[in-house]
Design a protein around this ligand. Structure first.
Ligand SMILES: [Ca+2]
Length: 646
């Protein structure tokens, strides 16, 4: 396909696909009538809707999974998922936590939500607009049980913004963007409020003091496994597992991981890089044990690229891509992603089908039987049929961002990418390559992938399917199965194919300074953004200027607000809470029964009445702090005085 037709976009791609299919099928009338009249997916009555599991890593870089070629941090369970499924190597994400999660939950580009600039700070009285319908709300409507575990980062200043008011039946995790892995204390990053510190871990609305001292990755994994084990398997399940790892903790602390995890990476010279993502294997194993994996869609991805430098650096690496978290360069926005499902017919492949975070909502709903047309005015494409059968992606353009506060914009269309504005922070090539100069890594061991919990569970499913086929048709050759078990050869080939190489000679590099003039790259030939084609390709450059102008018309101004001092955790029993509620502390009293499972409780009686006290906060200044359950709002001011008497 020539360059112009790539640029013209998806209309052309669709026509080409359409014609070629007509020629192949050669039964135009049947094709037309089937296209118009038949549902694409089997109706919900004939087959149970698939379980959907999204495992989201936080700030994991391109080179922080070993399936992209680095030996430095082996990720055998994630790799097993990737090699058995599809490695999504052209998967774009907004470059920061809040915008990325906003688009995942709504199917909309953050520029259409006012969420395109920066992240949500703990003291900001805003959140993902309540006018938006979120993925779990759609899924709940069609019969799914919906659970969120881990990070939220989409607002909590009023309780209506928190996960259990937005379609999730349950949430165990934290509302802010980061925290300490053990104390679960979140420190405000905004310099104006940098002294604000508070505890941030909840079961639904209830403060989960019992988690103090427990490692975040472990408690989230345990919760995911518990939810799977308790699930009524006659219902479809949506599990959103948003890990803290490998995001950095608070500014004043190093990354923290259990000693046994750190010891595994003793060969990495950079001590802050000795970390590991959440435990994917435990979750897959639990799904297999409950008989749910056979009918599951499992996605593992990062919300944005790694922050290799700066105050929130986790020493993650986007090598060999340019730039990092928060920037429109590939290192910030081309995200690690893989999908596995036994429903995918063409699996065990590396995909270059273009995809954006917004596409997951319509894609997953499509897998659950909801037509894209029912979803209204969203930006996402339904890529489910495209992924299942390895067809050409209808997506040919991604507005990576238009951020007029930071003053930059970036768009990918076809093979080309256009960047304009202020991007100097993190515009260099950063991050560990995994080469021996950074410490000697053990050689990649594909057997560790095959024998990982994930590898074993998926092999079990494939083998069971093959056995069923043999049983049904005695004449079938024992080696001629449509689906086959993963081999060492598959691993080696896919790993090689998934690796990005820059392939640009020093003399071919063309400098680019997007704050002075827009830059243009051919991402297919130059994924490392080293050759600025702005001067060589004036027609394409002009076209991008027009495309940007067109998209500017639909941008909603960023919703960022100044911090509110009333958010200060000191006012709220050292917790980050929904401070804009009429009685913020009452939030933690709403579910007394659940809370008492985890905490010692007591009943207090005095002249004003009686109420329950529960929950012990071991780090309180005065020794012990209690959380009060069922306190009438007019008694709230007496709360501190009363508890200090106990
Ligand atoms: Ca992130």
């Amino acid at each position: 396909m020539d360059i112009l037709s790539r640029i013209i976009g998806h209309t052309t791609v669709f026509i080409v696909l359409f014609l070629s299919e007509l020629m192949v099928i050669n039964v135009g009338a049947i094709f037309f009538s089937s296209l118009l009249s038949l549902p694409i997916f089997p109706s919900s009555t004939t087959k149970q809707k698939p379980h959907i599991i999204i495992i989201l890593a936080d700030d994991m870089g391109w080179n922080d999974v070993s399936f992209h070629g680095s030996d430095q941090i082996p990720t055998p369970n994630i790799d097993a998922l990737a090699y058995n499924g599809i490695i999504l190597n052209n998967h774009y994400v907004p470059a920061l936590c809040t915008p990325s999660r906003s688009s995942l939950m709504t199917g909309k580009n953050p520029i259409h939500l006012g969420m395109q600039h920066s992240v949500l700070y703990p003291t900001e009285p805003r959140g993902l607009p309540l006018s938006e319908k979120l993925l779990p709300e759609y899924l709940k409507e069609i019969g799914y049980r919906t659970h969120a575990v881990g990070k939220w980062h989409l607002g909590y200043f009023r309780k209506e913004y928190t996960p259990t008011y937005r379609g999730f039946e349950s949430h165990f995790g934290y509302w802010n963007g980061l925290q300490d892995y053990y104390t679960h204390i979140t420190q405000q990053l905004d310099p104006q409020y940098s002294e604000y510190k508070g505890f941030d871990m909840r079961r639904n609305l209830t403060v989960a003091w019992d988690t103090v001292g427990k490692y975040a990755t472990d408690i989230f994994t345990n919760e995911a496994v518990r939810l799977i084990n308790d699930h009524d398997t006659s219902r479809p399940m949506f599990l959103y597992l948003a890990h803290l790892a490998p995001h950095k903790g608070n500014e004043d602390q190093l990354l923290r991981a259990p000693d046994e995890e750190i010891a595994k990476f003793s060969y990495i010279l950079d001590l802050e890089r000795r970390i590991q993502a959440g435990n994917v294997g435990e979750v897959i194993d639990a799904l297999r044990n409950r008989g749910m994996l056979e009918n599951s869609i499992v996605i593992f991805m990062s919300d944005n690229g790694a922050p290799t430098e700066g105050i929130l650096s986790n020493q993650g690496s986007n090598y060999p891509l340019r730039g990092m978290k928060g920037s429109p360069w590939e290192g910030g926005t081309r995200g690690v992603a893989t999908i596995w499902s036994s429903l995918i017919k063409k699996s065990k492949r590396v995909s270059n089908q273009m995809m954006f975070m917004t596409d997951w909502l319509p894609t997953l709903l499509s897998a659950a039987g909801v037509n894209r047309k029912q979803l209204g005015n969203i930006d996402g494409f339904d890529l489910w049929p495209v992924l299942v059968s390895n067809r050409i992606s209808p997506r040919s353009e991604i507005v990576i961002n238009i951020d007029d506060v930071s003053n930059y914009a970036a768009i990918r269309r076809g093979d080309f990418k256009y960047i304009i504005g202020r991007t100097e922070t993190g515009s260099a090539w950063l991050g560990a390559s995994g080469n021996s100069s950074e410490g000697t890594s053990p050689q990649y061991d594909p057997y560790k992938v095959l024998y990982s919990k994930t590898g074993i569970a998926i092999s079990g499913i494939v083998t069971a399917k093959q056995a069923m086929k043999l049983k049904g048709r005695k004449t079938i050759s024992k080696t001629n199965f449509q689906e086959r078990i993963l081999t060492i050869k598959d691993i080696s080939e896919m790993r090689k194919e998934a690796q990005i190489k820059c392939n640009i000679k020093e003399k071919s590099k063309i400098f680019c300074e997007p704050i002075i003039a827009p830059c243009l790259f051919n991402i297919k030939n130059d994924p490392c953004e080293m050759v600025n084609l702005a001067e060589k390709r004036p027609v394409i450059l002009a076209m991008f200027k027009k495309i940007l102008m067109k998209h500017r018309l639909s941008v909603i101004p960023p919703s960022n607000l100044n911090g509110d001092p009333k958010a200060n955790p000191l006012l709220w029993n050292n917790t980050w809470t929904s401070w804009d509620e009429p009685n913020p502390l009452a939030l933690t009293y709403t579910n007394a029964k659940e809370f008492q499972q985890y905490s010692d409780s007591a009943t207090v009686r005095n002249s004003l009445g009686s109420w329950h006290l529960a929950g012990m906060y071991p780090e309180g200044k005065d020794g012990i702090h209690f959380t009060v359950i069922n306190i009438p709002s007019h008694m709230y001011h007496l709360w501190c005085a009363t508890t200090s008497l106990l």
